[in-house]
Design a binder for this molecule. Sequence first.
Ligand code: ZN
Length: 348
Amino acid sequence: MQALVIEEFGGDLQLKEVPKPKIGPSEVLVQVSACGVGLTVVNLLATPGRVKQYPRIPGHEIAGRIVEVGSQVRSVAVGTRVTNHFYLTCGQCVNCRSGRETLCLASIGNVGQATDGGYAEYVALPERNVIAIPDGVSDIDAAIGSDAIATPYHACIKEAKLKPSDTVLVVGAAGGVGIHMIQMASLCGARVLAADLGQVKMDFIQTIGADLLIDAAKGSIAEQVMSATNGIGVDAVIDIVGSKNSLEQSLASLAVGGRLVIVGSSPAGVYQTDPSFLVDPQRLLHRGLEIHAARYVTLAEIGRTLELIRDKKIKPIVTQTVSLAEIPALHQAIRNGQTLGRVGMIMT
Ligand SMILES: [Zn+2]
């Protein structure tokens, strides 16, 4: 089969002919039809030590059709269209059994990092990780639904606990997760302030439907938020950037009792800047502030997200699709910050 393979840390993705994966008794073989391409993969490949074994095939936002099932597989059958949860969990530990599987105590890592992923014609996935795609949802929409849209579901509902009458600030709003975060927060009934950097991104976000745009190129985000909220601040900030500067601005934008939800990650190994940020515990105490770390989503949340897509409550926005062979150039564009919204691969 054709696959994009990385041979060593820092190496290039190379299109190669490799053997089709063999499945174990509790795995399924999926013929890949679509795969999301985003900053998570680009950061993963650029962070020393994340991929522990090479060669490796990346790609974790996968959709396709099951073409083979292992001898112990019972819940899905050949022919089923599926997407996937990309954390490889044990299913048995206290966190897996209490709906917190992203904190699995025995996780071996992720699809596309610890095992081969979806930048290939076929991928082997554990039965536990696949979720049937509802009728009416396309493969590419389901693929990005499993991460770029499910992540906003978890962040808005479980972490930020958004409700009508809340005001929320989304930092990093023009990215693939950000544009769906705006939609999800609006669906929760919140007034949405959307922040990003520069006029091109402002023009793009405007098309998504945020209530107020904040251009970080025009000055401090926190000051702009305070002036837009009569000095009160916002009930929640969802930070999809995760840098020292964005997190300090986010914290300073919160109203009394506000929730900061960290979704984004700016690893020092990739950005050459330490993302550690200053927190004044006195301010935290006096204002009753909360800091939440949103670690991906549960399997059930992916199912709920796919239902929202099916019911047209959330519109998946894929701004560009490429073929398997075109992914390396797309990675370069993502690294250079030249893409807007979510991009993906459709197998041709
Ligand atoms: Zn576990």
